[in-house]
Design a protein around this ligand. Sequence first.
Ligand SMILES: [Zn+2]
Length: 240
Amino acid sequence: MVPAMHEEDAEAARAGAGATWEALTAPWKRAFEEAWASFCAGSAGVGAVVVDGSGEIVSAGRNCMFEDDPEVSPLAGSRMAHAEMVALQQMRRGDFDDHEIYSTFEPCLMCAATIRMYHLRRVHFAAVDPLWDGLEEAFRSAPVLARRMPERTVLGGPFGVFGHVLHLCGLGERMPEIMVTAHGTLAPELLVLGRRLERDGRLTTLSARAATVDLAVAELWDDLSGAAALAGASGGRTAL
Ligand SMILES: [Zn+2]
């Protein structure tokens, strides 16, 4: 049971979260908007954005694995319908050496390989995925891949936790056992928070109210910052 927050505390939390939301760069804001749209549509709660060399957003997408509307993406409903794939699929042939991708969750094997094939300069992700622990090292062990691997940055903090739990709650009961095990080992505090948010229904209530993503973040701010502090203190791969 989540203790009720005093109204003044809730106000302060909303103000604090609002200030932090405003401090996010435009690509991050858009990536989180896409992730929230994915969650609200019943998909896996991940968003991605590609920017060009001047920082201009040139493509955006969201996970739409559990949807079938081709208007959302031609990939909708397929196992390829990860946010990064949906964003990259919209880009025509070209030279993307100065482009960067933002994702609310660490790119998986498929997305990391596609990002590598596009020769993007940098990949930013909000949260580390315990499932793919070792993937980066595996890629770097292959000389042909290591030659042009993108730089990686992790956003972390409360927004990292938000990206993480949106994905966990988006998958919900559909989360494969191997993912549960990886989280239980490397990010137990985030698995606990994800399970709690599923049980208490706050994310689904916010979705049903058609809340905007910044409001959703504000409502969850205490939990997000608490889990970020725990993850930071754990010293595990989720340390930010
Ligand atoms: Zn992926």
